[in-house]
Write a protein that binds this ligand. Structure first.
Ligand SMILES: Nc1nc2c(ncn2[C@@H]2O[C@H](COP(=O)(O)OP(=O)(O)OP(=O)(O)O)[C@@H](O)[C@H]2O)c(=O)[nH]1
Ligand SMILES: [Ca+2]
Length: 512
Protein backbone atom coordinates (compact mmCIF):
# COMPACT_ATOMS: atom_id res chain seq x y z
CA UNK A 1 0.00 0.00 0.00
CA UNK A 2 2.78 2.31 0.88
CA UNK A 3 4.58 1.41 -2.32
CA UNK A 4 1.49 2.31 -4.49
CA UNK A 5 0.98 5.57 -2.68
CA UNK A 6 4.67 6.25 -3.22
CA UNK A 7 4.33 5.65 -7.00
CA UNK A 8 1.34 7.95 -7.32
CA UNK A 9 3.21 10.53 -5.38
CA UNK A 10 6.27 10.08 -7.65
CA UNK A 11 4.09 10.35 -10.88
CA UNK A 12 1.28 12.75 -9.99
CA UNK A 13 0.36 13.30 -13.68
CA UNK A 14 0.45 9.56 -14.67
CA UNK A 15 -3.37 9.18 -14.73
CA UNK A 16 -3.94 12.40 -16.67
CA UNK A 17 -1.37 11.32 -19.29
CA UNK A 18 -3.17 8.02 -19.82
CA UNK A 19 -6.47 9.83 -20.33
CA UNK A 20 -4.91 12.26 -22.84
CA UNK A 21 -3.31 9.45 -24.83
CA UNK A 22 -6.54 7.43 -24.85
CA UNK A 23 -8.43 10.53 -26.00
CA UNK A 24 -5.90 11.20 -28.80
CA UNK A 25 -6.10 7.54 -29.84
CA UNK A 26 -9.89 7.57 -30.16
CA UNK A 27 -9.81 10.94 -31.89
CA UNK A 28 -7.21 9.58 -34.37
CA UNK A 29 -9.40 6.61 -35.23
CA UNK A 30 -12.46 8.84 -35.74
CA UNK A 31 -10.42 11.17 -37.99
CA UNK A 32 -9.12 8.27 -40.09
CA UNK A 33 -12.52 6.68 -40.57
CA UNK A 34 -14.12 10.05 -41.38
CA UNK A 35 -11.41 10.77 -43.98
CA UNK A 36 -11.96 7.37 -45.58
CA UNK A 37 -15.72 7.81 -45.70
CA UNK A 38 -15.62 11.37 -47.04
CA UNK A 39 -12.93 10.52 -49.59
CA UNK A 40 -14.92 7.56 -50.92
CA UNK A 41 -18.26 9.32 -51.12
CA UNK A 42 -19.47 8.78 -54.73
CA UNK A 43 -18.66 11.83 -56.84
CA UNK A 44 -21.48 13.45 -58.82
CA UNK A 45 -21.79 11.61 -62.19
CA UNK A 46 -19.62 13.34 -64.76
CA UNK A 47 -20.41 11.72 -68.10
CA UNK A 48 -19.39 12.33 -71.67
CA UNK A 49 -21.43 11.30 -74.70
CA UNK A 50 -20.99 10.32 -78.32
CA UNK A 51 -23.51 9.74 -81.15
CA UNK A 52 -23.15 7.38 -84.12
CA UNK A 53 -25.77 6.88 -86.82
CA UNK A 54 -25.76 3.46 -88.46
CA UNK A 55 -27.15 4.14 -91.93
CA UNK A 56 -27.82 0.57 -93.03
CA UNK A 57 -29.42 -0.63 -96.25
CA UNK A 58 -32.76 -1.40 -94.60
CA UNK A 59 -32.94 1.30 -91.92
CA UNK A 60 -30.99 3.87 -89.90
CA UNK A 61 -30.43 3.73 -86.13
CA UNK A 62 -28.99 6.44 -83.92
CA UNK A 63 -26.90 5.24 -80.98
CA UNK A 64 -25.99 7.37 -77.97
CA UNK A 65 -22.97 6.23 -75.95
CA UNK A 66 -21.98 7.40 -72.49
CA UNK A 67 -18.81 7.06 -70.43
CA UNK A 68 -17.34 8.54 -67.24
CA UNK A 69 -15.33 11.63 -68.22
CA UNK A 70 -12.32 10.73 -66.12
CA UNK A 71 -11.97 7.15 -67.38
CA UNK A 72 -12.33 7.31 -71.13
CA UNK A 73 -9.26 5.24 -71.96
CA UNK A 74 -10.08 2.26 -69.76
CA UNK A 75 -11.48 -0.90 -71.35
CA UNK A 76 -15.21 -1.52 -71.22
CA UNK A 77 -16.27 1.87 -69.81
CA UNK A 78 -18.28 3.10 -72.80
CA UNK A 79 -21.90 1.96 -72.62
CA UNK A 80 -24.87 2.33 -74.92
CA UNK A 81 -27.25 4.82 -73.31
CA UNK A 82 -30.01 4.91 -75.91
CA UNK A 83 -30.96 3.81 -79.41
CA UNK A 84 -33.43 5.60 -81.68
CA UNK A 85 -34.74 3.81 -84.77
CA UNK A 86 -35.31 6.23 -87.64
CA UNK A 87 -38.75 5.89 -89.23
CA UNK A 88 -38.82 4.79 -92.85
CA UNK A 89 -36.30 2.98 -95.06
CA UNK A 90 -32.50 3.26 -95.21
CA UNK A 91 -30.97 6.46 -96.63
CA UNK A 92 -30.01 4.71 -99.88
CA UNK A 93 -33.72 4.55 -100.73
CA UNK A 94 -33.83 8.36 -100.99
CA UNK A 95 -31.84 8.70 -104.25
CA UNK A 96 -34.91 10.20 -105.95
CA UNK A 97 -35.65 12.49 -102.98
CA UNK A 98 -32.27 13.26 -101.38
CA UNK A 99 -33.68 15.95 -99.08
CA UNK A 100 -35.95 13.29 -97.57
CA UNK A 101 -32.87 11.40 -96.30
CA UNK A 102 -31.75 14.29 -94.07
CA UNK A 103 -35.31 15.04 -93.00
CA UNK A 104 -35.85 11.42 -91.92
CA UNK A 105 -33.12 11.78 -89.25
CA UNK A 106 -34.59 14.85 -87.58
CA UNK A 107 -36.84 13.10 -85.02
CA UNK A 108 -33.99 10.96 -83.68
CA UNK A 109 -31.67 13.98 -83.56
CA UNK A 110 -34.29 15.83 -81.50
CA UNK A 111 -34.52 12.83 -79.19
CA UNK A 112 -30.72 12.92 -78.74
CA UNK A 113 -30.94 16.63 -77.83
CA UNK A 114 -33.41 15.81 -75.09
CA UNK A 115 -31.40 12.89 -73.69
CA UNK A 116 -27.89 14.40 -73.64
CA UNK A 117 -27.52 17.21 -71.06
CA UNK A 118 -27.42 20.59 -72.80
CA UNK A 119 -24.06 21.60 -71.29
CA UNK A 120 -22.50 18.61 -73.09
CA UNK A 121 -24.05 19.22 -76.54
CA UNK A 122 -21.19 21.20 -78.05
CA UNK A 123 -18.52 18.67 -77.15
CA UNK A 124 -20.55 15.55 -78.12
CA UNK A 125 -19.24 14.06 -81.38
CA UNK A 126 -21.84 12.95 -83.93
CA UNK A 127 -20.97 10.94 -87.04
CA UNK A 128 -22.83 8.85 -89.59
CA UNK A 129 -21.52 5.72 -91.26
CA UNK A 130 -23.36 4.28 -94.23
CA UNK A 131 -22.93 0.64 -95.18
CA UNK A 132 -24.05 -1.86 -97.86
CA UNK A 133 -27.05 0.03 -99.23
CA UNK A 134 -25.04 3.18 -99.91
CA UNK A 135 -22.14 1.15 -101.35
CA UNK A 136 -24.58 -0.29 -103.86
CA UNK A 137 -26.13 3.12 -104.60
CA UNK A 138 -22.67 4.58 -105.18
CA UNK A 139 -21.96 1.84 -107.73
CA UNK A 140 -25.24 2.43 -109.49
CA UNK A 141 -25.78 6.16 -109.10
CA UNK A 142 -22.72 7.99 -107.75
CA UNK A 143 -24.36 11.38 -108.10
CA UNK A 144 -27.45 10.23 -106.20
CA UNK A 145 -25.32 8.83 -103.38
CA UNK A 146 -23.43 12.16 -103.09
CA UNK A 147 -26.70 14.06 -102.87
CA UNK A 148 -28.02 11.75 -100.16
CA UNK A 149 -24.79 12.14 -98.16
CA UNK A 150 -24.93 15.96 -98.52
CA UNK A 151 -28.50 15.96 -97.30
CA UNK A 152 -27.75 13.94 -94.14
CA UNK A 153 -24.63 16.05 -93.61
CA UNK A 154 -26.79 19.18 -93.65
CA UNK A 155 -29.11 17.79 -90.95
CA UNK A 156 -26.31 16.59 -88.69
CA UNK A 157 -24.16 19.72 -89.01
CA UNK A 158 -27.11 21.94 -88.13
CA UNK A 159 -27.48 20.14 -84.78
CA UNK A 160 -25.79 21.54 -81.65
CA UNK A 161 -23.44 18.54 -81.51
CA UNK A 162 -19.88 18.40 -82.84
CA UNK A 163 -20.33 17.05 -86.39
CA UNK A 164 -17.55 14.64 -87.38
CA UNK A 165 -18.65 13.57 -90.85
CA UNK A 166 -21.10 11.42 -92.81
CA UNK A 167 -19.39 8.87 -95.01
CA UNK A 168 -19.75 5.46 -96.61
CA UNK A 169 -17.52 3.12 -94.63
CA UNK A 170 -15.69 0.28 -96.38
CA UNK A 171 -16.75 -3.32 -95.85
CA UNK A 172 -13.35 -3.93 -94.26
CA UNK A 173 -13.96 -1.15 -91.71
CA UNK A 174 -17.46 -2.46 -91.05
CA UNK A 175 -16.02 -5.90 -90.22
CA UNK A 176 -13.15 -4.49 -88.16
CA UNK A 177 -15.31 -2.15 -86.06
CA UNK A 178 -17.82 -4.96 -85.41
CA UNK A 179 -14.94 -7.11 -84.12
CA UNK A 180 -13.62 -4.25 -81.96
CA UNK A 181 -17.12 -3.64 -80.52
CA UNK A 182 -17.76 -7.21 -79.42
CA UNK A 183 -14.30 -7.69 -77.96
CA UNK A 184 -14.37 -4.32 -76.19
CA UNK A 185 -17.75 -5.17 -74.66
CA UNK A 186 -16.59 -8.66 -73.68
CA UNK A 187 -13.56 -7.12 -71.93
CA UNK A 188 -11.19 -9.12 -74.12
CA UNK A 189 -8.72 -6.27 -74.59
CA UNK A 190 -7.13 -6.81 -71.20
CA UNK A 191 -5.15 -3.92 -69.81
CA UNK A 192 -1.48 -4.63 -69.12
CA UNK A 193 -0.77 -2.60 -65.99
CA UNK A 194 -1.82 -3.20 -62.42
CA UNK A 195 -0.11 -4.97 -59.57
CA UNK A 196 -1.56 -8.35 -60.44
CA UNK A 197 -0.03 -8.28 -63.95
CA UNK A 198 3.57 -8.67 -62.91
CA UNK A 199 4.23 -11.72 -65.08
CA UNK A 200 4.59 -11.47 -68.88
CA UNK A 201 1.36 -11.52 -70.90
CA UNK A 202 0.68 -14.43 -73.29
CA UNK A 203 1.53 -13.78 -76.96
CA UNK A 204 -2.10 -13.77 -78.08
CA UNK A 205 -5.14 -13.03 -76.00
CA UNK A 206 -8.25 -15.00 -76.97
CA UNK A 207 -10.75 -12.86 -78.89
CA UNK A 208 -14.25 -13.44 -80.25
CA UNK A 209 -14.79 -13.57 -84.01
CA UNK A 210 -17.57 -11.34 -85.39
CA UNK A 211 -20.26 -12.38 -87.87
CA UNK A 212 -22.54 -9.57 -89.08
CA UNK A 213 -25.42 -10.18 -91.46
CA UNK A 214 -27.05 -7.06 -92.88
CA UNK A 215 -29.57 -6.54 -95.63
CA UNK A 216 -27.03 -5.75 -98.35
CA UNK A 217 -23.68 -7.06 -97.11
CA UNK A 218 -22.26 -9.54 -94.65
CA UNK A 219 -18.95 -9.57 -92.76
CA UNK A 220 -16.76 -12.24 -91.19
CA UNK A 221 -13.87 -11.17 -88.94
CA UNK A 222 -11.62 -13.25 -86.67
CA UNK A 223 -8.04 -13.80 -85.51
CA UNK A 224 -6.78 -16.92 -87.33
CA UNK A 225 -4.06 -19.21 -86.04
CA UNK A 226 -1.37 -18.75 -88.69
CA UNK A 227 -0.36 -16.16 -91.27
CA UNK A 228 -2.98 -14.25 -93.24
CA UNK A 229 -2.22 -14.88 -96.92
CA UNK A 230 -4.11 -11.96 -98.42
CA UNK A 231 -3.05 -8.40 -97.62
CA UNK A 232 -6.45 -6.93 -98.44
CA UNK A 233 -8.14 -9.19 -95.85
CA UNK A 234 -5.57 -8.54 -93.18
CA UNK A 235 -5.70 -5.92 -90.43
CA UNK A 236 -3.15 -5.26 -87.74
CA UNK A 237 -4.17 -3.70 -84.43
CA UNK A 238 -2.23 -2.86 -81.33
CA UNK A 239 -4.75 -2.24 -78.56
CA UNK A 240 -3.96 -1.78 -74.86
CA UNK A 241 -0.49 -3.17 -75.50
CA UNK A 242 -1.74 -6.36 -77.21
CA UNK A 243 -1.07 -7.13 -80.88
CA UNK A 244 -3.76 -8.61 -83.12
CA UNK A 245 -3.58 -9.90 -86.70
CA UNK A 246 -7.18 -9.93 -87.83
CA UNK A 247 -8.76 -11.50 -90.92
CA UNK A 248 -11.83 -9.75 -92.27
CA UNK A 249 -13.94 -9.96 -95.42
CA UNK A 250 -17.13 -8.22 -96.42
CA UNK A 251 -19.34 -9.76 -99.10
CA UNK A 252 -21.36 -7.08 -100.83
CA UNK A 253 -24.67 -8.52 -102.17
CA UNK A 254 -24.64 -11.31 -99.57
CA UNK A 255 -26.75 -9.48 -97.01
CA UNK A 256 -30.03 -11.34 -96.71
CA UNK A 257 -32.19 -8.98 -98.81
CA UNK A 258 -29.78 -8.94 -101.74
CA UNK A 259 -29.15 -12.69 -101.39
CA UNK A 260 -32.90 -13.25 -101.82
CA UNK A 261 -32.88 -11.20 -105.02
CA UNK A 262 -29.95 -13.20 -106.42
CA UNK A 263 -31.61 -16.48 -105.44
CA UNK A 264 -34.85 -15.46 -107.16
CA UNK A 265 -32.98 -14.21 -110.25
CA UNK A 266 -31.16 -17.58 -110.45
CA UNK A 267 -34.51 -19.39 -110.46
CA UNK A 268 -36.07 -17.08 -113.02
CA UNK A 269 -33.09 -17.65 -115.35
CA UNK A 270 -33.93 -14.58 -117.35
CA UNK A 271 -37.49 -15.69 -118.22
CA UNK A 272 -40.11 -14.14 -116.00
CA UNK A 273 -43.21 -16.36 -115.87
CA UNK A 274 -46.59 -15.33 -114.50
CA UNK A 275 -45.89 -17.31 -111.35
CA UNK A 276 -42.81 -18.78 -109.73
CA UNK A 277 -43.02 -21.78 -107.41
CA UNK A 278 -40.50 -21.31 -104.61
CA UNK A 279 -39.51 -23.83 -101.89
CA UNK A 280 -38.12 -21.04 -99.64
CA UNK A 281 -41.61 -19.74 -98.76
CA UNK A 282 -44.27 -21.49 -96.72
CA UNK A 283 -46.99 -23.52 -98.45
CA UNK A 284 -49.90 -21.23 -99.28
CA UNK A 285 -47.71 -18.11 -99.28
CA UNK A 286 -48.41 -15.90 -102.31
CA UNK A 287 -46.80 -12.57 -103.10
CA UNK A 288 -47.20 -10.31 -106.11
CA UNK A 289 -43.64 -9.24 -106.98
CA UNK A 290 -42.34 -6.66 -109.41
CA UNK A 291 -39.66 -7.86 -111.81
CA UNK A 292 -37.94 -4.50 -111.46
CA UNK A 293 -37.51 -4.96 -107.68
CA UNK A 294 -35.34 -7.99 -108.40
CA UNK A 295 -33.33 -6.85 -111.41
CA UNK A 296 -32.82 -3.18 -110.51
CA UNK A 297 -30.13 -4.03 -107.97
CA UNK A 298 -26.44 -3.97 -109.00
CA UNK A 299 -26.27 -7.44 -107.39
CA UNK A 300 -28.45 -8.91 -110.15
CA UNK A 301 -27.52 -6.42 -112.88
CA UNK A 302 -25.37 -9.00 -114.66
CA UNK A 303 -28.37 -11.21 -115.38
CA UNK A 304 -30.20 -10.50 -118.62
CA UNK A 305 -33.94 -11.15 -118.62
CA UNK A 306 -37.10 -10.89 -120.62
CA UNK A 307 -40.20 -10.01 -118.72
CA UNK A 308 -43.85 -10.68 -119.20
CA UNK A 309 -46.10 -7.79 -120.15
CA UNK A 310 -47.15 -6.74 -116.63
CA UNK A 311 -43.59 -6.72 -115.30
CA UNK A 312 -44.88 -8.66 -112.30
CA UNK A 313 -45.14 -12.30 -111.21
CA UNK A 314 -46.69 -14.32 -108.40
CA UNK A 315 -44.30 -15.91 -105.93
CA UNK A 316 -45.91 -19.11 -104.62
CA UNK A 317 -44.41 -20.96 -101.65
CA UNK A 318 -44.09 -24.74 -101.38
CA UNK A 319 -42.12 -24.81 -98.11
CA UNK A 320 -39.44 -27.39 -98.77
CA UNK A 321 -36.31 -26.63 -96.72
CA UNK A 322 -34.15 -29.21 -98.52
CA UNK A 323 -34.98 -27.85 -101.99
CA UNK A 324 -34.62 -24.31 -100.68
CA UNK A 325 -31.07 -25.12 -99.58
CA UNK A 326 -30.27 -26.46 -103.04
CA UNK A 327 -31.50 -23.18 -104.57
CA UNK A 328 -29.63 -21.02 -102.09
CA UNK A 329 -26.42 -23.03 -102.58
CA UNK A 330 -26.40 -21.97 -106.22
CA UNK A 331 -25.49 -18.41 -105.31
CA UNK A 332 -22.21 -19.61 -103.75
CA UNK A 333 -19.53 -20.27 -106.32
CA UNK A 334 -17.28 -22.99 -104.95
CA UNK A 335 -15.48 -23.96 -108.14
CA UNK A 336 -12.26 -21.95 -107.90
CA UNK A 337 -9.91 -20.95 -105.11
CA UNK A 338 -6.67 -19.15 -105.96
CA UNK A 339 -5.43 -19.39 -102.32
CA UNK A 340 -4.72 -22.29 -99.97
CA UNK A 341 -8.28 -22.14 -98.63
CA UNK A 342 -11.40 -20.18 -99.52
CA UNK A 343 -14.88 -19.39 -98.32
CA UNK A 344 -16.76 -18.86 -101.61
CA UNK A 345 -16.53 -16.91 -104.89
CA UNK A 346 -12.74 -17.48 -104.84
CA UNK A 347 -12.31 -15.39 -101.69
CA UNK A 348 -9.43 -16.35 -99.42
CA UNK A 349 -10.38 -17.41 -95.89
CA UNK A 350 -8.03 -18.97 -93.33
CA UNK A 351 -9.17 -21.91 -91.17
CA UNK A 352 -11.87 -20.86 -88.71
CA UNK A 353 -10.50 -20.25 -85.25
CA UNK A 354 -12.02 -19.64 -81.81
CA UNK A 355 -15.53 -18.62 -80.85
CA UNK A 356 -17.83 -16.36 -82.84
CA UNK A 357 -20.54 -13.86 -81.98
CA UNK A 358 -23.19 -13.66 -84.74
CA UNK A 359 -25.38 -10.56 -84.63
CA UNK A 360 -27.79 -8.36 -86.66
CA UNK A 361 -29.97 -10.53 -88.93
CA UNK A 362 -28.24 -13.70 -87.69
CA UNK A 363 -29.79 -12.93 -84.32
CA UNK A 364 -33.21 -11.69 -85.52
CA UNK A 365 -33.79 -14.85 -87.52
CA UNK A 366 -32.28 -17.46 -85.20
CA UNK A 367 -34.03 -15.92 -82.17
CA UNK A 368 -37.38 -16.10 -83.95
CA UNK A 369 -36.73 -19.76 -84.81
CA UNK A 370 -35.90 -20.46 -81.13
CA UNK A 371 -32.40 -21.50 -82.04
CA UNK A 372 -30.57 -19.17 -79.64
CA UNK A 373 -32.07 -19.48 -76.19
CA UNK A 374 -31.40 -23.07 -75.26
CA UNK A 375 -29.35 -23.86 -72.13
CA UNK A 376 -26.94 -25.86 -74.26
CA UNK A 377 -25.76 -24.89 -77.77
CA UNK A 378 -28.12 -26.03 -80.54
CA UNK A 379 -26.54 -28.58 -82.88
CA UNK A 380 -26.40 -28.24 -86.65
CA UNK A 381 -28.71 -31.27 -86.97
CA UNK A 382 -31.28 -29.55 -84.76
CA UNK A 383 -31.06 -26.35 -86.83
CA UNK A 384 -31.78 -28.34 -90.01
CA UNK A 385 -34.65 -30.17 -88.39
CA UNK A 386 -36.16 -26.93 -87.11
CA UNK A 387 -35.97 -25.37 -90.59
CA UNK A 388 -37.57 -28.43 -92.17
CA UNK A 389 -40.44 -28.18 -89.70
CA UNK A 390 -40.80 -24.39 -89.94
CA UNK A 391 -40.65 -24.16 -93.74
CA UNK A 392 -43.32 -26.81 -94.15
CA UNK A 393 -45.77 -25.02 -91.82
CA UNK A 394 -48.69 -23.63 -93.86
CA UNK A 395 -48.63 -19.86 -94.25
CA UNK A 396 -52.14 -19.54 -92.84
CA UNK A 397 -51.13 -21.37 -89.64
CA UNK A 398 -48.07 -19.13 -89.23
CA UNK A 399 -50.15 -16.00 -89.61
CA UNK A 400 -52.60 -17.23 -86.98
CA UNK A 401 -49.83 -18.22 -84.56
CA UNK A 402 -47.73 -15.07 -84.91
CA UNK A 403 -50.20 -12.22 -85.15
CA UNK A 404 -47.69 -9.81 -83.55
CA UNK A 405 -44.89 -10.45 -86.07
CA UNK A 406 -44.55 -8.20 -89.14
CA UNK A 407 -45.80 -10.13 -92.20
CA UNK A 408 -42.75 -9.14 -94.23
CA UNK A 409 -40.42 -10.73 -91.64
CA UNK A 410 -42.69 -13.74 -91.04
CA UNK A 411 -42.94 -14.55 -94.73
CA UNK A 412 -39.16 -14.51 -95.14
CA UNK A 413 -38.04 -16.52 -92.10
CA UNK A 414 -37.93 -19.80 -94.07
CA UNK A 415 -35.66 -18.26 -96.69
CA UNK A 416 -33.65 -16.28 -94.13
CA UNK A 417 -33.05 -19.27 -91.85
CA UNK A 418 -32.02 -21.42 -94.79
CA UNK A 419 -29.76 -18.66 -96.11
CA UNK A 420 -28.03 -18.29 -92.71
CA UNK A 421 -27.48 -22.04 -92.50
CA UNK A 422 -26.08 -22.18 -96.05
CA UNK A 423 -23.87 -19.10 -95.61
CA UNK A 424 -22.35 -20.49 -92.42
CA UNK A 425 -22.00 -24.10 -93.57
CA UNK A 426 -21.41 -23.96 -97.33
CA UNK A 427 -19.97 -20.43 -97.38
CA UNK A 428 -17.78 -20.07 -94.31
CA UNK A 429 -17.22 -23.82 -93.73
CA UNK A 430 -18.70 -24.20 -90.26
CA UNK A 431 -19.31 -27.92 -89.64
CA UNK A 432 -21.18 -30.07 -87.09
CA UNK A 433 -17.93 -30.13 -85.07
CA UNK A 434 -17.46 -26.37 -84.71
CA UNK A 435 -21.09 -25.20 -84.99
CA UNK A 436 -21.12 -24.81 -81.19
CA UNK A 437 -18.46 -22.07 -81.45
CA UNK A 438 -21.17 -19.73 -82.77
CA UNK A 439 -23.29 -17.74 -80.32
CA UNK A 440 -26.18 -15.73 -81.74
CA UNK A 441 -26.17 -12.46 -79.83
CA UNK A 442 -28.06 -9.18 -79.87
CA UNK A 443 -26.50 -7.37 -76.94
CA UNK A 444 -23.47 -7.65 -74.72
CA UNK A 445 -24.46 -6.12 -71.39
CA UNK A 446 -26.70 -3.21 -72.30
CA UNK A 447 -25.00 -2.42 -75.61
CA UNK A 448 -25.98 -3.72 -79.05
CA UNK A 449 -23.46 -5.83 -80.94
CA UNK A 450 -22.65 -3.98 -84.18
CA UNK A 451 -19.94 -1.83 -85.75
CA UNK A 452 -21.01 1.57 -84.34
CA UNK A 453 -19.31 1.42 -80.93
CA UNK A 454 -15.97 0.35 -82.44
CA UNK A 455 -16.32 3.14 -85.01
CA UNK A 456 -16.81 5.76 -82.29
CA UNK A 457 -13.98 4.41 -80.13
CA UNK A 458 -11.67 4.71 -83.11
CA UNK A 459 -12.90 8.12 -84.24
CA UNK A 460 -12.46 9.61 -80.78
CA UNK A 461 -9.09 7.87 -80.15
CA UNK A 462 -10.51 6.09 -77.16
CA UNK A 463 -8.57 2.86 -77.57
CA UNK A 464 -4.91 3.50 -76.83
CA UNK A 465 -2.29 1.23 -78.37
CA UNK A 466 -0.58 0.92 -74.98
CA UNK A 467 -2.35 0.21 -71.71
CA UNK A 468 -2.73 3.50 -69.84
CA UNK A 469 -0.68 3.78 -66.62
CA UNK A 470 -2.89 3.42 -63.61
CA UNK A 471 -2.07 3.23 -59.89
CA UNK A 472 -1.67 -0.37 -58.75
CA UNK A 473 -4.63 -0.06 -56.37
CA UNK A 474 -8.02 1.57 -56.82
CA UNK A 475 -8.52 4.67 -54.67
CA UNK A 476 -11.01 3.04 -52.29
CA UNK A 477 -8.67 0.12 -51.76
CA UNK A 478 -5.79 2.49 -51.06
CA UNK A 479 -7.76 4.39 -48.38
CA UNK A 480 -9.00 1.17 -46.74
CA UNK A 481 -5.48 -0.23 -46.55
CA UNK A 482 -4.22 3.03 -45.06
CA UNK A 483 -6.88 2.85 -42.34
CA UNK A 484 -6.18 -0.81 -41.57
CA UNK A 485 -2.41 -0.29 -41.39
CA UNK A 486 -2.80 2.85 -39.23
CA UNK A 487 -5.05 0.99 -36.79
CA UNK A 488 -2.60 -1.90 -36.62
CA UNK A 489 0.26 0.50 -35.98
CA UNK A 490 -1.64 2.32 -33.26
CA UNK A 491 -2.65 -0.97 -31.68
CA UNK A 492 1.00 -2.00 -31.63
CA UNK A 493 2.04 1.31 -30.12
CA UNK A 494 -0.58 1.11 -27.40
CA UNK A 495 0.26 -2.52 -26.58
CA UNK A 496 3.94 -1.64 -26.51
CA UNK A 497 3.31 1.34 -24.33
CA UNK A 498 1.16 -0.63 -21.91
CA UNK A 499 3.75 -3.39 -21.66
CA UNK A 500 6.57 -0.89 -21.38
CA UNK A 501 4.64 1.04 -18.78
CA UNK A 502 3.90 -2.14 -16.78
CA UNK A 503 7.50 -3.34 -16.97
CA UNK A 504 8.67 0.04 -15.73
CA UNK A 505 6.16 -0.13 -12.89
CA UNK A 506 7.17 -3.70 -12.04
CA UNK A 507 10.86 -2.91 -12.06
CA UNK A 508 10.12 0.21 -10.06
CA UNK A 509 8.25 -2.04 -7.61
CA UNK A 510 11.19 -4.41 -7.44
CA UNK A 511 13.62 -1.60 -6.90
CA UNK A 512 11.42 -0.22 -4.15
N1 LIG B 1 -36.92 -10.43 -88.31
C1 LIG B 1 -36.40 -9.24 -88.17
N2 LIG B 1 -35.69 -8.77 -89.18
C2 LIG B 1 -35.16 -7.55 -89.02
C3 LIG B 1 -35.35 -6.78 -87.86
N3 LIG B 1 -34.70 -5.62 -88.03
C4 LIG B 1 -34.13 -5.67 -89.25
N4 LIG B 1 -34.42 -6.83 -89.86
C5 LIG B 1 -34.01 -7.29 -91.17
O1 LIG B 1 -32.75 -7.91 -91.03
C6 LIG B 1 -31.91 -7.58 -92.13
C7 LIG B 1 -30.66 -6.97 -91.64
O2 LIG B 1 -30.97 -5.84 -90.92
P1 LIG B 1 -29.80 -4.89 -90.46
O3 LIG B 1 -28.79 -5.66 -89.73
O4 LIG B 1 -30.40 -3.71 -89.82
O5 LIG B 1 -29.19 -4.52 -91.90
P2 LIG B 1 -28.73 -3.12 -92.44
O6 LIG B 1 -27.79 -2.54 -91.45
O7 LIG B 1 -29.89 -2.31 -92.78
O8 LIG B 1 -27.99 -3.54 -93.78
P3 LIG B 1 -26.45 -3.43 -94.18
O9 LIG B 1 -26.25 -2.05 -94.70
O10 LIG B 1 -26.23 -4.47 -95.21
O11 LIG B 1 -25.66 -3.70 -92.93
C8 LIG B 1 -32.74 -6.69 -93.04
O12 LIG B 1 -33.29 -7.54 -94.01
C9 LIG B 1 -33.82 -6.15 -92.15
O13 LIG B 1 -35.00 -5.91 -92.87
C10 LIG B 1 -36.13 -7.33 -86.82
O14 LIG B 1 -36.35 -6.74 -85.78
N5 LIG B 1 -36.65 -8.58 -87.05
CA1 LIG C 1 -25.71 -3.27 -90.75
Amino acid sequence: MDTKRDMKQKNPWHRQLTVVIAFLFVWGIIALVTTAVVQNKPLPKNSKYGIVLDAGSSHTSLYIYEWPAEKQNDTGVVQQLHVCHVKGPGISSYAMDPEGAGRSLQDCMDEAKRIIPERRHEETPVSLGATGGMRLLKLQNPEGSEKVLSSVEKTLSSSPFEFQGARIITGQDEGAYGWITVNYLMGNFKQGSGWLNLWPKPETTETLGALDLGGASTQITFVPEGEIESLESSLYFQLYGNKYNVYTHSFLCYGKDQALKITLAKQLQGHVPDSLVDPCFNPGFIKNMSVHSIYSSPCTAGESYTTNTQGRFLLKGTGNAQQCRENVKQIFNLTHCPSSSCSFNGVYQPQLQGNFGAFSAYYFVMAFLNLTTSERPVTLVEVKEKLREFCSTPWQTLKENFTNVKEKYLGEYCFSGTYILTLLETGYKFSPENWNTIRFIKKIGDSDAGWTLGYMLNLTNMIPSEAPCSPPLPHAGYISLMVIFSLLLMGLLVTGWLCFGKTTCTSQKEVV
